[in-house]
Design a protein around this ligand. Structure first.
Ligand code: IPE
Ligand code: MG
Length: 227
């Protein structure tokens, strides 16, 4: 979700106003996804690298995260959303961690849409964390190579299928350490639309683009026709 700062700057507002507007968009997009039958939505809210931002902005982001959890969980629950927050959560303060745990516990049986929020997340961290946890569980396997299937359950989102579509807003064309392992075969979609402007219509453009893609997973077009 990129472009909050620029959205605010264009309006001569402080960057944090863009983040606040971004939170509103999250609510709209979650609901638009539910209406469209999307079952898994994963949002990159805060990367491990975002701590490098000015202290003031980081603390406002944390406040917004707390406020969003306080305000939105009830609504999510009513809408059948199962909330998961993944990342290195140890660096967040106790209040935030408590709200995350409560929100997850309250919504855990919901099946309509699984909303994963990646917070203090990094794709490389995810992979290394998985390898280290696998090693912890397999202390004697030092000479055995790890297989993809063995590692997958140790990644942060074993409950979700790999993403079909990756959307980056805000004009940049890079992954920026998001889901590196899981995006291996995802269709990538980049748009100049800033996140606070990314509405249901913009989502539909992304989905329309996805529908035109041919997903071969390494096969040829001809092979796909035979299947
Ligand atoms: C993304 O918007 C929000 C977060 C990283 C939390 P930015 O803050 O990166 O917005 P721009 O790129 O400055 O416009
Ligand atoms: Mg940015």
């Amino acid at each position: 979700m990129d472009g909050n700062g620029r959205w605010a700057k264009k309006r001569f507002m402080p960057r944090v106003a863009g983040h606040a507007q971004g939170v509103e968009r999250v609510r709209d997009i979650v609901e638009a996804c539910i209406q469209r039958g999307v079952e898994y939505l994963t949002l990159f809210a805060f990367s491990s690298e975002n701590w490098r931002r000015p202290e003031e902005e980081v603390s406002r982001l944390m406040e917004l995260f707390v406020m969003a959890l306080e305000r939105e969980v009830t609504r999510m629950h009513r809408n059948g959303v199962c909330l998961r927050v993944v990342g290195d959560l140890g660096r967040f303060d106790a209040r935030l961690r408590e709200l995350i745990a409560q929100g997850e516990a309250r919504t855990k049986e919901n099946k309509r849409l699984t909303l994963t929020v990646c917070a203090n997340y990094g794709g490389r961290w995810d992979i290394l964390n998985a390898v280290n946890n696998w090693r912890r569980d397999n202390p004697d396997a030092t000479t055995v190579p790890i297989s993809e299937d063995a590692l997958a359950p140790y990644l942060t989102m074993p409950y979700a299928p790999e993403p079909d579509l990756f959307i980056r807003t805000g004009g940049e064309q890079r992954i920026s350490n998001f889901l590196l392992w899981q995006l291996a075969y995802s269709e990538l979609y980049f748009t100049d639309t800033l996140w606070p402007d990314f509405d249901a219509e913009a989502l539909d453009l992304a989905i329309a683009s996805y529908r035109k893609r041919e997903r071969r997973f390494g096969r040829t077009s001809e092979q796909l026709l035979e299947r």
